[in-house]
Design a protein around this ligand. Structure first.
Ligand code: 8YV
Length: 323
């Protein structure tokens, strides 16, 4: 039997690459350089499946070729705002993602960012490394307490709920949640969260705000200058969702003029470039998109893609179909 041709756009964990090679005729990206639009287009023309990541912009220009051979874009990651899903649908290309398997690790990282920004861990770490620590003193690098405070969550899907559990049951926080569609009573009971009916109602109440909604056009600049202005001056923002959900320039201004106290960011507009105004803010903790970056999770994400591909090519509906 002829194996379907598959292009993997980046290096994946070795165990998953080996498993993929058993079932498919795979082109790997051995030097792990992000593919250009032209190279992505070639992949769409020449392979039955393309396996992209967040670093591959699959827009209508990439898909506009008259004879795409690709029947499935099996994304490595839960977020897929880098894929023009409408353009894929128009060409009858299936799109899948990898939910569930990264919820815990992404939630862990959101909590880590909340703690880091509240407790000024980035500044302390840099001070020690620079050999600039003059010793213990009662007023050194005072942050703000996390336990018992109020956390607001926007986007109460799988990751948002995992964050809520950690905050509620780990740190005794009050958790307020906003979701576009109504939140099921069981989800509130399971997480100890309370539902809030609008973002504008949520913002003035929170000490920490964590974003867990999808990116893309629908949520671009959801947190803009006006909404940042609704937050308490002592509040911190955490973003492990997508860069475009926040107006980064407005955020840099809010941090610079201390109209909010801090931010912990794992995602950015135009990654890997960081807005210089944001980089200049000492009260921001900046991480290079590490949400799902554990061996366990990245392997699980890869195997989930494999499962989606096997289902698709064996004629079953892939479990994680999004288009
Ligand atoms: C992934 C993520 O590593 O899954 C997502 O949506 O943001 C990350 O955890 C990345 O997207 C891989 O494509």
């Amino acid at each position: 039997m002829i194996k379907p041709k598959v292009v993997v756009t980046r290096r994946w964990p070795a165990a998953v690459e080996a498993a993929l090679a058993e079932s498919f005729d795979v082109t790997f990206n051995r030097d792990d350089r992000a593919l250009t639009a032209e190279e992505l287009k070639d992949a769409v023309v020449g392979a039955d499946a393309v396996l992209p990541t967040v670093t591959d912009r699959i827009d209508s220009r990439v898909l506009e070729t008259s004879r795409p051979r690709t029947r499935i874009l099996a994304n490595f990651g839960v977020g897929f705002s880098h894929i023009d899903v409408e353009a894929a649908r128009e060409r009858s290309i299936t799109v899948t993602n990898t939910p569930d398997v990264l919820s815990e690790c992404t939630a862990d990282l959101a909590v880590m960012l909340m703690l880091m920004v509240a407790r000024r861990a980035n500044l302390g770490e840099r001070e020690v490394r620079a050999d600039a620590w003059s010793g213990w003193r009662p007023t050194h690098l005072l942050g703000s307490k996390v336990s018992g405070k109020t956390l607001g969550i926007i986007g109460f899907g799988r990751i948002g709920r995992e964050v809520a559990k950690r905050a509620r049951f780990g740190f005794g926080m009050r958790v307020l949640a906003y979701n576009r569609s109504p939140i099921a009573a069981e989800a509130l009971a399971e997480t100890g969260a309370e539902s809030v009916s609008s973002i504008d109602d949520l913002l003035p109440q929170v000490d920490f705000l964590s974003l867990h909604c999808p990116g893309g056009a629908e949520n671009r600049n959801l947190i803009d200058a006006r909404r940042l202005g609704l937050m308490k001056p002592s509040a911190c923002l955490v973003n492990t969702a997508r860069g475009e959900v926040v107006d980064e320039f407005a955020l840099a201004q809010a941090l610079w003029f201390e109209t909010i106290a801090g931010a912990g960011l794992d995602v950015f507009c135009g990654e890997p470039k960081i807005l210089p105004e944001l980089r200049a803010c000492e009260n921001a903790v900046l991480l290079p998109h590490l949400g799902s970056a554990t061996v366990e999770t990245r392997e699980a994400m890869g195997f989930r893609v494999l499962e989606n591909l096997q289902d698709f090519f064996e004629g079953r509906p892939p479990r994680d179909r999004v288009a």
